[in-house]
Every structure is written in structure tokens, then in C-alpha cells.
Design a protein around this ligand. Structure first.
Ligand SMILES: NC(=O)C1=CN([C@@H]2O[C@H](COP(=O)(O)OP(=O)(O)OC[C@H]3O[C@@H](n4cnc5c(N)ncnc54)[C@H](OP(=O)(O)O)[C@@H]3O)[C@@H](O)[C@H]2O)C=CC1
Ligand SMILES: O=C(O)CCCC(=O)O
Length: 475
């Protein structure tokens, strides 16, 4: 028995249903109930009923419950971290970090709940007042990915509950146990059960269809692939839901010749290899100016060669398995295509033996836009390095993608910092920084990378409606 089992309600388990495995070992962690349509519909109806009383509480009361949920998550940090590592494979140190990061959204939105201010607008005529109210949108649904099984949930549930909404969640098939553990802790924190319910299913597309078609659900927030985001957007047209999408990326990381190269290599390591390269903001393309190209590649290769691949639960492991065999096949296919077109392997470039889908941390040089790896989200531990000559060329290469989530660049020139920051067509830009994620800043993308923002003071707006009231007869 692992230590996290008391965090998952015994009712969730069954003999046949959704099988959850450890990607590092292939061992079965649990088999969970495959919920029926009527159960899913009942969860939606109960969530809708419960939200009315929840919204009528003071913001301070809702905030207290969210804070209690945050505290319980932190009190169970080690158990949750072990569960995250078991389900999604990331090294334990990263999993511990995810628990703290995930909890921070609850603390943040507990505070923001108290700051949902309306407006009084100077009226256009005498004897009238214009009031703007902000009200909870209603029942919300979330569909979340496996790469951050905890933080991607709290980033949505925090603002939803803070705003006075309820939330129905469909987590990724690979990582439902962390979601169920969050559900348990929410209930222990005193959040009424129907307000945050997890759907376990083996039929994501079918359940996604139910959520999109439901008129009761007024808001859908999704994090995952751009392809699925587009399906959900189409399916939500008939119910005119408010949507937020945090989708794929193709992040450039530009190293200019005036950069601090050691700092750039530090930034590259944390940005590229976090979660074995499986985050939407991981660098997909390093663009390095010709005169510093060899230095950067040599320093990066040295650091990458020292990384340790293995089961994330083992001491010292810095790169865990990819989530499944399909992910490994995708990385290999991209590597084969790139090498056939002239790319060179400076480090890694091969599978690593084991029961899981392990791939060696890799540095691939002389990458060009003709290679599929240049334009596809790699979602693996492969750094591709592209050579450029001028600032204009770097910006053009960086923007030559349908995606627009995160971008990074390193320079010590102030003027260049402003120029490049403004020219990059991305929702988030790290300037001399490789990690940009924090609950206090707006996370989200432009172009095919999504709609809306999560976290920060803006994140709660996704769960609020603006109501304009014209009050007359006041003379
Ligand atoms: N932006 C990001 O953070 C992420 C980007 N990705 C990108 O997507 C690629 C594929 O990863 P993958 O896990 O398959 O991502 P998906 O977009 O398929 O999965 C994300 C979530 O959507 C669910 N889902 C899948 N299909 C549907 C559907 N038709 N209707 C409703 N929900 C659905 C999944 O359920 P289930 O898991 O049960 O299939 C999961 O909960 C990755 O290689 C990466 O490039 C992936 C994850 C996160
Ligand atoms: O990959 C994602 O979808 C989330 C990125 C994690 C983060 O930095 O918030």
C-alpha cells in the first residue's frame, strides 16, 4: 500500500474500469469507476443546485474554505507528491514543487474572492445611475491534462469557487488519482461535495461531448492539445459557453550574442527539461546567434550529459519517463526526420532501457525550419538548436509558428530587451528568465495557443459575468 491511498475515497475504486498505471514501472496503481452518463448528468445537476447557496455566502466565507483547502494540500504535500510521481512520472522534487505551486492558486484566489469589485459609471442623463455588477457565471466544467495533475486543476477550481461558481472536472485518464485526492481534501476543508466533483471515465470524448452540450454548464476551461481544444470549441457553439483554452506551444528561446551565456544555459536547463520536456511552456526551439552558438551548445551539452534518467521516485533522478509509449514514438519520429534532414546529435538521441517510456535528454544541433521538429510541439527532453545571424531574423523565426504561448530570450542590452519583448507574438515572455510560471501573473497564449488567462488578478474574470444596470427615476 502506498501512503496516498487514504486521500482517495474508497467509493472511487472498482474491479473493472479506468486502469491507472505508473509510467515508470507499468505497475497498476488503481482501477477506478467508469461513470455512466446518468451519473455524469447527476453530478452536473447537483453542482448547479449547490452553487446557489455557495454564491450567496460572503466572499470572506468562501475565501476561508479555499484557504482551508490550500492548507490541507500543503499539510499533505509529501503524499500528494508521491502520488503525482507515481501517476505522471515526474521526479519527486518536481512533484513537491507542483504541490506548492498548485496550492498557491487556492491561496491567491481566496484573497481575490474579496476583491470582485463592480463599478458606478457617471450616467449619460440626469436622474439616472449606471451600475456594473460582477456575478458568478454559474456551473463551470474543467478538462485537464496529465502533465500537471494537481496544479492545472487548482488553477481552474480556485477562481471558479472564489467567484461563487461550482466546478465539474474531467481529469486526464492517466492521472485521475491526484484529482480524486484533491476532491477528498476539498470536502475535508468544508467545501460542500457537489461544488467540486471529479468524473472518472474511459471515454473522454464522450464525456467531453456531454459537458459541451450541457446548457447548465456556462463555462468550460480546458488545458491540453490544440487539436482537442478546437473540437471542444466547435462542440460548445450550440450552448454559447464562455471558454478558456490553454493549449499547445512552440516556445522559442533566443540567445543573443550579448547574453550572459552561463545564465542562458541555466535558464535553458530549467525551461527545457522540466517534467522531461512535457509542459506547454517548455522550450521547443533554441535560436542562438552565430557567434555564441558553439559556446552555448558546448555548455548545454555538458549539463545535459550529467542528467540522470529513471524512475522519478528514486533519489537523484532528474528526468522521468514520458507519459506513455505513444509520446516516446512521437519524439523518436521527430528525431529521425530531423537527423535525416541534417540535424546533428550532441547529446542523447536514444531511448533508455527500462519498463517505462524513457528517452535520454538530448541536444540536437543544426536544426532548420524544414524539419518537422521545428514546428511540432516535441513534449519530450529534446533541445533543438537553430542558428541565426541578426535580431530581425531571430524575431521572424520565433514568430513563424501558429502557436503563441511562451517565449524566452537572453540579452544584456536594454534597448534590445524592449524591442524584442514587444515584437514577440506570444502571451508570455521571459526576459533573461527560463521559468515564468507563478500564481500572481497571467498565464495564457495567443493565436492557436488559446484564449483567456489563468492565475493573477485577471484569472477570476473567466468565471464572472458583467451585468449593467441602468437605474432611472432618481430625480
Ligand atoms: N497545453 C498543455 O499543457 C498540454 C499539451 N499537450 C499536447 O497534446 C499532446 C497530446 O497529449 P494528450 O494527453 O493526448 O492531450 P489531450 O489534449 O488529448 O488531453 C488533454 C485532456 O483532454 C481530454 N480529451 C482528449 N480528447 C478529448 C475529447 N475529444 N473531448 C474532450 N476531452 C478530451 C483528455 O482526456 P484523456 O486523458 O482521458 O484522454 C485530457 O483530459 C502532447 O504531446 C502535447 O503536445 C498535452 C497535454 C497538456
Ligand atoms: O504545461 C502546462 O499546461 C502547464 C504549464 C505549467 C506551468 O508552468 O504553469
Amino acid at each position: 500500500m502506498t501512503t496516498w491511498t487514504d486521500l482517495v475515497n474508497a467509493d472511487a475504486f472498482t474491479e473493472q474500469g479506468l486502469v491507472v498505471t505508473n509510467p515508470a514501472t507499468g505497475n497498476v496503481l488503481a482501477t477506478l469507476r467508469d461513470m455512466s452518463d446518468s451519473e455524469v448528468n447527476a453530478i452536473i445537476a447537483e453542482a448547479d443546485l449547490a452553487r446557489v447557496a455557495w454564491a450567496s455566502l460572503t466572499a470572506k466565507s468562501r475565501a476561508a474554505k479555499l484557504k482551508a483547502w490550500n492548507d490541507l494540500i500543503l499539510a499533505n504535500q509529501e503524499k500528494l507528491a508521491q502520488l503525482i510521481t507515481a501517476e505522471c512520472g515526474k521526479p519527486l522534487a518536481e512533484a513537491r514543487g507542483e504541490v506548492a505551486y498548485g496550492a498557491s492558486f487556492l491561496e491567491w484566489f481566496a484573497e481575490e474572492a474579496k476583491r470582485v469589485y463592480g463599478d458606478v459609471i457617471p450616467a449619460h442623463a440626469e436622474g439616472k445611475q449606471i451600475l456594473v455588477l460582477k456575478q458568478p457565471i454559474g456551473t463551470a466544467a474543467a478538462i485537464t491534462p496529465w502533465n500537471f495533475p494537481l496544479a492545472m486543476i487548482t488553477r481552474k477550481a480556485g477562481p471558479a469557487l472564489a467567484a461563487g461558481c461550482s466546478m465539474v472536472l474531467k481529469p486526464a485518464e492517466a492521472t485521475p488519482l491526484t484529482a480524486l485526492a484533491l476532491e477528498t481534501l476539498a470536502q475535508r476543508a468544508g467545501i460542500p461535495a457537489p461544488l467540486f466533483r471529479v468524473i472518472t471515465t474511459t471515454q473522454p470524448a464522450h464525456v467531453g461531448g456531454i459537458l459541451c452540450a450541457s446548457d447548465t454548464i456556462r463555462k468550460l476551461s480546458f488545458t491540453g492539445s490544440t487539436a482537442v481544444g478546437k473540437i471542444l470549441m466547435r462542440q460548445s457553439a450550440d450552448t454559447m459557453k464562455k471558454l478558456s483554452f490553454e493549449l499547445g506551444g512552440n516556445a522559442p528561446f533566443i540567445v543573443f550574442d550579448d547574453a550572459d551565456i552561463n545564465a542562458a544555459v541555466d535558464g535553458a536547463m530549467v525551461s527545457k527539461y522540466r517534467n522531461a520536456g512535457q509542459t506547454c511552456v517548455c522550450v521547443n526551439r533554441f535560436l542562438v546567434q552565430d557567434s555564441v552558438y558553439d559556446d552555448f551548445v558546448a555548455k548545454l551539452t555538458e549539463r545535459v550529459s550529467a542528467m540522470k534518467v529513471g524512475n522519478g521516485a528514486e533519489e537523484g533522478v532528474t528526468v522521468g519517463p514520458l507519459i506513455n509509449q505513444a509520446a516516446l514514438d512521437k519524439v523518436e519520429k521527430l528525431m529521425t526526420d530531423a537527423c535525416e534532414k541534417g540535424a546533428k546529435i550532441a547529446a542523447g538521441g536514444h531511448r533508455v532501457d527500462g519498463d517505462g517510456a524513457f528517452y535520454a535528454p538530448t541536444v540536437l544541433t543544426e536544426v532548420t525550419p524544414e524539419m518537422a521538429i521545428f514546428s511540432n510541439e516535441i513534449f519530450g527532453p529534446v533541445a533543438t538548436v537553430v542558428r541565426f545571424n541578426t535580431e530581425e531574423e531571430a524575431i521572424a523565426i520565433a514568430n513563424a509558428t501558429e502557436y503563441g504561448l511562451a517565449a524566452y530570450f537572453y540579452t544584456q542590452n536594454l534597448g534590445r530587451s524592449w524591442r524584442v519583448m514587444q515584437a514577440l507574438e506570444y502571451g508570455m515572455v521571459g526576459v533573461n528568465e527560463g521559468i515564468i510560471s507563478t500564481e500572481v501573473a497571467p498565464f495564457g497564449g495567443v493565436k492557436h495557443s488559446g484564449l483567456g488567462r489563468e492565475g493573477s488578478k485577471y484569472g477570476i474574470d473567466e468565471y464572472l459575468e458583467i451585468k449593467y444596470c441602468l437605474v432611472g427615476g432618481l430625480t
